[in-house]
Design a protein around this ligand. Structure first.
Ligand code: SAM
Length: 313
């Protein structure tokens, strides 16, 4: 087993990849530890070297920089692994926030793990968690979805998958796509879901816009979205509790279905899975008992099982 060590910044571990979180707007969020580490590493691999150079110059640092981004990660990864093997300590930073979170880094970490090289994380802000914390929506369970796929078909398929998501969802979205995304959500029956938009978080004009998906779509009919956004969207469990008569995807066959159908289906599936039934058997039995659609109950049962397996680990 590879163990990742946590050592003080003054004794940076050699041959270690160090993931460093940087501010998502407010430079006051730079921690002392982040600064100490950036000052001591042999090399900083940056998503955008120009941007990171600005940060370093703000800190009065002159560490060597190299680029590591979406388009060079295969070849650059090999190079960095070699440098790590030779004992260099390398920091990886993205443009803003945590590396690997909708940003480059995940592949390099996996390569280090495969090469038995240590990985250290110096945490910093992440827009997803910042928005979730301030959303006012349920935070006990959430699903980070990052950016929706750009391809139209894949995007629709992903949103259809999310109709059945039990947990609060956190999505990143570009300002020029926000209106369209809200309309797509409405078309798929998310209009009454509660949503919080975290805009320009930690920056001068930061704000949370809260309401229903429909309400915020109406607002943006006459206002242009500007700045960076995180979408935090109510999941089906909270919806079922809040609006017992709202139609959802897990209805009885022939009818549209309500969240109370959904909540009842969730309870029943949990019970059947708890009795040791397979996902397939539980979905079949739930369909017989409720008259709901087997494929939808199957998808729901898979999610319940995944969540419960995650919790037991
Ligand atoms: N790795 C970053 C993190 O940990 O938050 C996320 C990088 S991702 C490429 C950029 C997206 O994050 C933006 O399109 C936006 O959705 C979100 N984001 C980043 N900074 C933000 C901010 N200050 N306020 C709101 N959203 C932000």
């Amino acid at each position: 087993m590879t163990q990742t060590t946590s050592e003080s910044a003054s004794t940076l571990p050699r041959g270690t990849l160090i993931l460093v979180g940087t501010p998502i707007g407010n430079l006051g969020d730079l921690s002392r530890r982040v600064i100490e580490v950036l000052a001591q590493v042999d090399l900083i691999a940056a998503e955008d070297t120009r941007r990171t150079r600005q940060l370093l110059s703000y800190l009065g640092l002159h560490q060597p920089l190299t680029s590591y981004h979406e388009h060079n990660q295969a070849s650059k990864g090999l190079e960095l692994i070699e440098k790590l093997r030779s004992g260099q300590s390398i920091a990886l930073v993205s443009d803003a926030g945590m590396p690997c979170i909708s940003d480059p880094g995940g592949r390099l970490v996996a390569e280090c793990v495969a090469a038995d090289l240590p990985v250290l994380v110096i945490p910093g802000p992440s827009a997803a968690v910042t928005a979730l914390a301030g959303s006012g929506l349920e935070t006990e369970r959430y699903a980070f979805e990052g950016f929706l796929p750009a391809d139209r078909k894949a995007r629709k398929a992903r949103l259809q998958e999310l109709q059945k998501e039990l947990r609060t969802m956190v999505l990143y979205e570009a300002p020029h796509r926000l209106k369209k995304t809200l309309q797509e959500l409405i078309a798929l029956g998310f209009g009454d879901r509660l949503v919080a938009l975290g805009r320009e978080l930690t920056k001068k004009h930061e704000e949370f816009l809260r309401g229903t998906v429909q309400g915020l779509a109406d607002y943006y009919d006459t206002n242009e979205p500007r700045g960076e956004f995180v979408i935090v969207l109510e999941g089906m469990t909270a919806l079922a509790r809040r609006l017992p008569e709202h139609p959802t995807v897990t209805g009885r066959s022939g009818s549209e279905g309500t969240p109370s159908d959904a909540a009842a289906a969730i309870d029943l599936l949990k019970q059947l899975l708890g009795q040791g039934m397979s996902v397939k058997e539980a979905a079949r039995e739930a369909a017989t008992q409720t008259g709901g659609k087997k494929n939808e109950l199957y998808a729901l049962a898979i999610q319940i099982q995944e969540i419960e397996l995650g919790e037991s680990q």
